[in-house]
Design a protein around this ligand. Structure first.
Ligand code: BTN
Length: 239
């Protein structure tokens, strides 16, 4: 990995395109998506403004218990690539968001294809906010341009570094050791030790973030003193 890089001027969604046309190791990149998709059925506003819309087709042939860690691994690869180009103060917000100074800079959408061992890893990263500062985005957002003011960087170099970092992590994915992965995760995790709240099955949960477990679940120490694990949630920082 990687295999072929398919570069498209515009596409409905790079994830959908790759699911239908890609092979293991292929990458699909586009300048614009007219039906970009986010997690939880949201759309991902994807204008032609230099932002990154990238999908990677990953085939897992070996048996591994780490499948659920794929999104976390992808977040780490993106964070490392951003560090490579000189960005500071960024991290990953569990499970799948790239954050800089409390604002979302990018997201990850992982889908499985018809072949059960094939994963489509979709990455959306804001280089600029031009054309996406819409009212329907209900959270603080930011971009690499905003975070890098005064520092030169190349979008294409960033793209190549993301593909490179992701390839390295995916190469070792099946045989990865969870303890060393956990240490790497801690370097990028922005939630550890923070007070948070979120909705879970109709209830508001408040507590302090601990670590992740080997299924990638987030451990929360509740105000009641009890610890529980969550496999998905939209975590809000208490601030
Ligand atoms: C999120 O909701 O935070 C995830 C956003 C993922 C967006 C990317 S852009 C490239 C790929 N193609 C899509 O349609 N979605 C992902």
């Amino acid at each position: 990995i990687p295999g072929k890089i398919h570069y498209l001027e515009e596409v409905a969604s790079t994830n959908t395109w790759l699911k239908e046309n890609g092979q293991c190791g292929d990458v699909c990149l586009s300048e614009k998506q007219f039906n970009g998709r986010g997690r939880r059925g949201n759309n991902w506003v994807s204008p032609d403004n230099g932002n990154i819309y990238l999908s990677f087709c990953f085939c897992l042939t070996e048996n591994t218990q780490h499948r659920s860690l794929l999104g976390l691994v992808t977040g780490i690869a993106i964070a490392e690539a951003l560090k490579d180009i000189g960005l500071k103060d960024h991290g990953v917000k569990w499970p799948n968001d790239i954050y800089w100074q409390g604002k979302k800079m990018g997201g990850i959408l992982i889908e499985t294809s018809n072949y059960s061992d094939q994963f489509i890893i979709g990455i959306g990263l804001n280089i600029s906010l031009t054309g996406i500062e819409a009212d329907n985005i209900n959270q603080g957002i930011t971009s690499v341009n905003d975070a890098m003011v005064g520092d030169e960087f190349s979008r294409d170099e960033l793209l190549i570094r993301i593909i490179h970092r992701l390839s390295i992590h995916l190469d070792g994915f099946a045989s990865m050791d969870f303890q060393s992965f956990k240490h790497l995760w801690r370097e990028w995790d922005i939630l550890r030790g923070e007070s948070v709240n979120f909705q879970h099955q109709g209830e508001v949960i408040s507590g302090t973030v601990n670590d992740i477990d080997k299924h990638g679940r987030l451990s929360i120490l509740h105000t009641s003193g009890e610890t529980q694990f969550y496999s998905s949630a939209d975590i809000r920082l208490d601030k």
